[in-house]
Design a protein around this ligand. Structure first.
Ligand code: KIV
Ligand code: ZN
Length: 515
């Protein structure tokens, strides 16, 4: 049976970025956009251009680079916001303006302080203006799932008449339940006379853990043909519909969900890792599809079953979603060409030959410490490299750390800036605390540590540790990533990477506020 196509609209770089601490730099957005294009996402929502100059530039860069996906930007309903969005997007091969305004009584009265008539008129004018400038315009009635049915019918009929090409129904606060929500959208489509003139879409938040279920109900019951989602389910509060989950649900259960997507699922896990490394949001081990345990069989009964017939306990294959099953890819004797070739196969592009040379040197340093280099090691190495600012204020020259049972941990290290070297030492409540205190004695950044997380890059005790450090100062939040076979060294590298970002002011997009 011929299956209908579902449009996959990724909003990792817009809604996902709205999670506190997940903001991204321009270059990070470009790296994620390239990964999403390789994943064959239909629409990439790259940001909210009117929210800051940084985000404007980021959306423009993505629009100018991406060729195979539609690039979209979000804007409120003012002419100024819409114009800014158009200016950022117009260099793209294919682009879309996404405008929104709240439609629930609660939001209109308390947040917008506007009457329903004013909101209706504002939406009409916004879509009219956007359509003069852009061929592809999406409209979202924010908090739709808590909006009055008749009012929604009126406003949506109007914006479709003004030329909106996609109507997106957000469950902004994750309040919906699947059957009711699917039916709500079905009734909207039935009641609105011109509903067939637009593609219908859904955008669900995960506050009650039902974002994926609600999105699928919107497809199967409600008749929508676009799902908005994010990698790893990143997003405001409890996050959004997880791209990897809806895509694999559609693929694995095509007997029940008669649709297909054009996603190349083999790129799901590498993209998930990239987003996690950039944002510092660690993926929980038991997360569906992309969690480290998603394909691990711990109990003897399960292991036995899988060895006899994989399908006994596995409904999809690890390879199908891009798990590389800890393949040894390179070693100490591998040359630069083999290294570059493997990076290419992993979809990792560096900007210059110089960047490849530096990454190759780091690979050689790693191979001196670790016999087998896995794909995950290469990804960690590049994440660390790409996260580095070009103008590094602080460099770690030397680190020594000692701790033992009953002893207070002690760290001594040497940091350097362009002028000279600074020795420092400190005790701490733990080895990492001692190292961070010793660094701070020199750097005196005054930054607050918001997050410290360690991840084993591969399995086994010889694995590299990948550390993410999130620092905040004066409202600015930055992440630093460090990887090393010694997790104390990885921690120091991550802390210094974050400090360097604070020092250089690599512009991060402001957390955005909808409304
Ligand atoms: O959750 C929401 O309502 C949104 C809209 C801007 C689509 O993110
Ligand atoms: Zn949202």
């Amino acid at each position: 049976m011929n299956k209908e196509r579902l449009i996959i609209f990724d909003t990792t770089m817009r809604d996902g970025e709205q999670s506190p601490g997940a903001s991204m730099t321009r270059d990070e957005k470009l790296r994620i956009a390239r990964a999403l294009e390789r994943l064959r996402v239909d629409v990439i929502e790259a940001g909210f251009p009117a929210s800051s100059n940084g985000d404007f530039e980021a959306v423009r860069l993505v629009a100018d680079t991406i060729k195979d996906s539609i690039v979209c930007g979000l804007c409120r309903t003012s002419d100024k916001d819409i114009q800014r969005c158009v200016d950022a997007l117009k260099g793209a091969n294919a682009w879309r303006v996404h405008t929104f305004i709240s439609t629930s009584a609660l939001h209109m009265e308390k947040k917008l302080r506007m009457s329903p008539e004013q909101v209706h008129e504002q939406a009409r004018l916004a879509v009219r203006f956007a359509r003069k400038l852009a061929p592809d315009v999406e409209f979202s009635p924010e908090d739709a799932s808590r909006s009055d049915f008749d009012f929604l019918c009126r406003i949506l009929e109007t914006v479709i008449a003004e030329g909106a090409t996609t109507i997106n129904i957000p469950d902004t606060v994750g309040y919906a339940v699947p059957e009711q929500f699917g039916d709500f959208i079905r009734r909207l489509r039935q009641a609105i006379p011109n509903s067939d003139k637009a593609v219908w879409s859904v955008h669900c938040h995960n506050d009650l853990g039902m974002a994926v279920a609600n999105s699928l109900a919107a497809v199967t019951i409600g008749g929508v043909r676009q799902i908005e989602c994010t990698i790893n389910g990143l997003g405001e509060r409890a996050g959004n519909t997880a791209l990897e989950e809806v895509v694999m649900a559609v693929k694995t259960r095509s007997d029940a969900i008669h649709f297909e997507t054009r996603i190349d699922t083999r790129h799901i896990v590498p993209t998930s890792r990239l987003v996690s490394q950039i944002t510092g949001f660690v993926v929980q081990p038991n997360k569906a599809v992309v969690g480290a345990n998603a394909f691990a069989h711990a109990s003897g009964i399960h292991q036995d079953g899988v060895l006899k017939a994989r399908q006994t306990y596995e409904i999809m294959t690890a390879e199908d979603v891009g798990w590389t099953t800890n393949k040894i890819v390179l070693g100490k004797l591998s040359g630069r060409n083999a290294f570059k070739q493997r990076m290419k196969e992993l979809g990792i592009e560096l900007d210059s030959e110089d960047a490849y040379n530096k990454a190759f040197q780091r690979f050689k340093d790693l191979a001196d410490k670790k016999a087998d280099i896995f794909d995950e090691d290469l990804q960690a190495l590049v994440a660390q490299e790409a996260g580095r600012t070009t103008d590094e204020h602080w460099k770690l020259v030397h680190l020594n750390q000692a701790s033992g049972m009953g002893e207070r941990p002690h760290a001594s290290l040497v940091l350097a800036d362009a002028a000279r070297e600074y020795p420092s030492e400190s005790q701490g409540d733990g080895p990492v605390d001692a190292v961070f205190k010793a660094i701070e004695q020199v750097a005196k950044s005054g930054a607050e540590l918001q997050l410290y997380s360690v991840n084993a890059v591969t399995q086994g005790t010889e694995s590299q540790g990948e550390v993410t450090v999130r620092l905040s100062r004066a409202g600015r939040i930055v992440n630093g990533v460090g990887a090393d076979t010694d997790i104390i060294v990885a921690s120091a590298k991550a802390y210094i990477a974050a400090l360097n970002r604070l020092e250089t002011g690599a512009e991060r997009v402001n957390p955005q506020h909808t409304g």
